[in-house]
Design a protein around this ligand. Structure first.
Ligand SMILES: NC(=O)c1ccc[n+]([C@@H]2O[C@H](COP(=O)([O-])OP(=O)(O)OC[C@H]3O[C@@H](n4cnc5c(N)ncnc54)[C@H](OP(=O)(O)O)[C@@H]3O)[C@@H](O)[C@H]2O)c1
Length: 91
């Protein structure tokens, strides 16, 4: 399954690591394309792991995990893009 992980903190990276190990394709999303923590995570976690912006991840995932702090979640979800979060895009 293709999974979007919005958030490059401890929670996002730990969930992303386990899901990639289980064989899922995981794209971790950040505010910027070249986030060091995210690109490093992708390098260390094999071919199932990739990194991009929140929008890149949200458009990639069949399931989207929001792993950002509540105070920042609205901003992160706006950056992910309404069109990438809609249920209808999966149909
Ligand atoms: N850390 C823990 O041990 C722990 C334990 C239990 C629960 N939690 C909860 O789990 C959630 C995630 O925690 P976390 O520590 O893994 O990550 P976090 O530090 O809460 O979030 C990291 C993510 O938030 C993004 N972000 C920061 N400021 C932003 C802004 N102004 N607008 C949009 N996005 C912003 C960061 O973007 P960039 O990638 O661009 O930096 C990063 O991807 C939180 O609600 C936290 O309270 C955490």
């Amino acid at each position: 399954m293709k999974i979007a992980m919005l958030g490059t903190g401890v929670v996002g990276k730990n969930l992303a690591t386990k899901l990639a190990q289980l064989g899922h394709e995981v794209k971790i999303g950040s505010r910027t394309k070249d986030n060091k923590s995210a690109t490093q995570w992708a390098k260390e976690n094999g071919s199932n792991a990739s990194a991009g912006t929140f929008a890149d991840a949200a458009s990639f995932g069949e399931i989207i995990f929001n792993c950002t702090h509540g105070a920042n979640s609205i901003e992160a979800l706006k950056m992910a893009g309404e069109k990438n979060l809609g249920f209808a895009r999966k149909l």
